[in-house]
Design a protein around this ligand. Structure first.
Ligand SMILES: *Cc1c(COP(=O)(O)O)cnc(C)c1O
Length: 424
C-alpha cells in the first residue's frame, strides 16, 4: 500500500475536507528553502511552512543543538523545577523584546500563547478586585483555534459551529485610511465604559485574514488611549514576530508598547512547537502574593520543553547574526520592488508588502472569501512550477524563510508575474 493510501486510512488533516480533495504530497525530507517530495521534486517553500520557518529547513546548527539537548535533558516538569535552555531563552527574548517587558511565561503554541495572555489579563484585574471583563479586538482578527483565541477572532465560517460557546467580544472595524475617525470614536466609546479588561490585536499586519496591513501610527493612538483608560494591550506577534515585518517585532514600529506579547511560529525557527507570553512588571505585581489563589494557575505538560527551548536559542543565535539581518533587508527590498512594478495590473484588486511579506489580492467576479474558487486555480498553478504558495481564497502571499536567495525569490516573483500575464 502506498504511503498516501495509508495516510488516507488513518490520518485527519487540518483545514482539509475529508472528501474530494487532492492527495497530500508526501514529503521525505527538506533542506534550506526546498521541500523534497517522494517522487523526487524539490518545491520552494515560499510560505515558510505556515509562517514558522526562519532559517530554512533541517538547519544543521539547530539540528545539532536539538540533538545535544535531547541527549542531555529531554523534558522535566516546569513547576518547582527549571533548566538552562528555558532560563537562557527568557534572557535572550527579554534582551530584544520592547523594554517594558519583564517576564516570560511558556506554553506550547500560538493559540495557547494567546489563551495565556487573555487569562493573564483577566486575572490581573480579578486579583485586584476590579470588575473588568470585556475584550476589544479588531474585525478580521485571527488569534488561534482554541476557544479563548477563537472568541477574540473574526466570527465567520470557521467559527460558526462553535458560536454558542464563544464569549462576547467587541470588534472595532478594521482601520483603513478613510475610516480612522469612526474607528477611533468606536474605540473611545467602548474603552471609556470602564469595563474593558484588554485590547488584543495583530500589530500592523493581520495574517490569516489576508495579510491585511494597517497604519502603525493609528495603532499607536489606540494603545495610547487604552493606557489612558487602564485597558491592557495584548500584541499577538505569533506571525509578525522575529523579523517578518522588517523589524524584529512589529511592536518595534510603535512608540507605545503593549503590556503583553504573544510569540510562537518563528520562535524555534520552525523546528518545534513552543509558545511564549511576555508581560510587564506591572502585570507581574498583581500576582505577587504567597497565596495560591492569587497565583497564575495555568500550565501545560510540555511547558518550557528543554528541546524546544534549545531549538529557540539556536534559532535566536542565527537571527541575531548580521547575515540574517541583511537577508531580511534584502528580501524586504525585493518584495517592495516586486509590488511597485506590479501595482498597475488590471487583474489585481490590491498588491501590498510589509517587510518580508507580500500579498496580492485578485479581482474576482463573485466570491472573494477564503472559499473563493480562485484557490483551485492558484494553488496547482504554482505547485506545478515547484513553488508552494498556499492561497487564502482569492489572495496569495509570499512569506519566505530568510535563507531564500535572490535567485529563488526571483523565481517565485517570476511565476506570479507569469500567472498575472496569463490569467484573465
Ligand atoms: C498562527 C497564529 C496563531 C495560532 O498559532 P498556532 O500555533 O497555530 O496555534 C495565533 N495568532 C496569530 C496572529 C497567528 O498567525
Amino acid at each position: 500500500m502506498s504511503w498516501v493510501t495509508r495516510d488516507k486510512n488513518v490520518v485527519w488533516h487540518p483545514f482539509t475536507p475529508l472528501e474530494d480533495v487532492d492527495d497530500p504530497l508526501m514529503i521525505t525530507g527538506a533542506e534550506g528553502v526546498y521541500l523534497h517530495t517522494s517522487d523526487g521534486r524539490k518545491i520552494i517553500d515560499a510560505v515558510s511552512s505556515w509562517w514558522v520557518n526562519l532559517h530554512g529547513h533541517s538547519h544543521p546548527y539547530i539540528a545539532k543543538k536539538v540533538s545535544e539537548q535531547v541527549a542531555r535533558l529531554e523534558h522535566v516538569i516546569f513547576a518547582g523545577f527549571t533548566h538552562q535552555p528555558a532560563i537562557e531563552l527568557a534572557e535572550n527574548l527579554l534582551s530584544v523584546l520592547p523594554e517594558n517587558q519583564s517576564k516570560i511565561f511558556y506554553s506550547d503554541n500560538g493559540s495557547t500563547a494567546v489563551e495565556v495572555a487573555l487569562k493573564m489579563a483577566f486575572q490581573y484585574w480579578y486579583n485586584q478586585g476590579f470588575e473588568k471583563k470585556r475584550v476589544i479586538a479588531i474585525d478580521g482578527a485571527y488569534h488561534g483555534d482554541t476557544f479563548g483565541s477563537m472568541s477574540v477572532g473574526e466570527r465567520g465560517d470557521f467559527t460558526r459551529p462553535f458560536m454558542p460557546f464563544l464569549f462576547d467580544v467587541d470588534y472595532i472595524d478594521f482601520p483603513y485610511v478613510d475610516n480612522q475617525h469612526e474607528v477611533l470614536h468606536q474605540f473611545e466609546t467602548w474603552v471609556s465604559r470602564g469595563d474593558v479588561a484588554a485590547f488584543i490585536f495583530e500589530p500592523l499586519v493581520q495574517g490569516a485574514s489576508g495579510m491585511r496591513i494597517y497604519d502603525g501610527q493609528f495603532l499607536d493612538r489606540l494603545i495610547s488611549i487604552s493606557k489612558e483608560y487602564d485597558v491592557l494591550c495584548i500584541a499577538d506577534e505569533v506571525m509578525t514576530g522575529f523579523g517578518r515585518t522588517g523589524e524584529l517585532f512589529a511592536s518595534d514600529h510603535l512608540k507605545n508598547k503593549p503590556d503583553i506579547l504573544c510569540l510562537s511560529k518563528g520562535l524555534t525557527g520552525g523546528t518545534m512547537a513552543l509558545g511564549v507570553t511576555s508581560c510587564t512588571e506591572q502585570i507581574v505585581e498583581a500576582y505577587r502574593s504567597p497565596h495560591l489563589t492569587k497565583a497564575f494557575l495555568h500550565g501545560h505538560s510540555f511547558t518550557a520543553n528543554p528541546i524546544a527551548c534549545a531549538a529557540a536559542n539556536a534559532s535566536f543565535e542565527l537571527l541575531m547574526k548580521d547575515e540574517c539581518k541583511q537577508a531580511i533587508q534584502r528580501i524586504s527590498n525585493s518584495q517592495s520592488r516586486f509590488v511597485d512594478r506590479n501595482r498597475a495590473r488590471p487583474n489585481l484588486k490590491d498588491i501590498r508588502s510589509m517587510g518580508t511579506i507580500t500579498a496580492l489580492e485578485f479581482e474576482t467576479e463573485n466570491d472573494s472569501s477564503y472559499f473563493s474558487e480562485m484557490r483551485n486555480t492558484l494553488y496547482p498553478f504554482f505547485l506545478s512550477r515547484n513553488i508552494l504558495l498556499r492561497p487564502l481564497g482569492n489572495l496569495i502571499y509570499v512569506l519566505p524563510p530568510y535563507v531564500i536567495t535572490a535567485e529563488q525569490l526571483g523565481q517565485v516573483h517570476a511565476a506570479i508575474e507569469e500567472f498575472l500575464d496569463t490569467c484573465p
